[in-house]
Design a protein around this ligand. Sequence first.
Ligand code: ZN
Length: 368
Amino acid sequence: MKLSRREFLKRLGAFSLIGSAWGGSQSKTQAKSGLSGLPITDAHEHVSYQGRTLDVFDDLIERYPDFIARIKEAGLWDWFQRERQQAQPLAEAFSIWDTAGVSGCILLAGGFEREKPNFKYEFAELAQYILLDKYPNRFLIASTVDFSMMDEPDFSAKAVAHLEETYKKGCRGLGEIKLHPPYHHMPLDDPRLDPLWETCVRLKIPAHVHVAQPDRYWQPGGPYYRNPDIPSKQSLLDAFERVVKKHPNTTFIAVHMGTNPERLDYLARMLDAYKNYYLDTSAIVWVIEGLGKDPEAGRTFVTKYQDRIVFGGEPRNLRDYMDYRRFFETDETVRGYRGLKLPPEVLQKIYYQNIERLVPEVKHLRDR
Ligand SMILES: [Zn+2]
């Protein structure tokens, strides 16, 4: 999608009207111009997020009767119907993206649980195929690992075969790999995953990895505080670093700013040490706080590593997209933190050029 500046500003006007429907407390100043109008390719989205699933339910019923039969057999038909009632109409999602200047999204596969059968995993995967098929100019999709198979002796071979098969069906990424608590099924540096990281090299696709959680989860009042069953944040980060080091030809996109935006010094060290290590900007509150608590340091960091950061949004909500824009593009106060006011050449890299270099197939999203 190429929005002319006029068209973009016109849509920003529309944003101020529909903003309230999205629970945003944004002021009218948000709708003011001063924003670049540069297109964004969102490298971190899901079929389902924050309780609302993109509406693919009729297509699922029509195209995958076997899946539906198994859902019914498993007693999950009520769940399916509930999801369907709360689904987000695609037109609504597309209108948000159009208003915010988001050309398209990479859908990262979900279903991180390990119960058998892993219906959430299957659901997300089938939903992605439907979306890619029907809206190839809005979506690119990624594939992930079904950890319900992890105890089977040929787990690695099966996971590799699955990744190769999904590649043939259009997947252009591995992930989101989420092995942090509460999905800590195995450490990230488990050797059973090595063949997968190497398959990414062969297929020339990145691996999107979610490593840890915010520091506060481990602090007093947080869910992992003094929980002996939960590994420390540092041990999770260390396991991932061993993976990044062991597989120098695999491109790793560490989502949510490496899940450590609290520590720009850590991120800088990783970026300097490993040329195959990239960051995405998803998790708006966490990332804005990390980059905005010292805006000079934040701007210096993003400017220095402008070739290594890709835009990730994740929540499908207009206010978040607009706040990202305001935070990156202006020096207004966004959620309590002063914006970074990055120059257009840096914004272009983060918004779409870097991800187009890593995943050339996303280029067509901007041509819509
Ligand atoms: Zn995610």
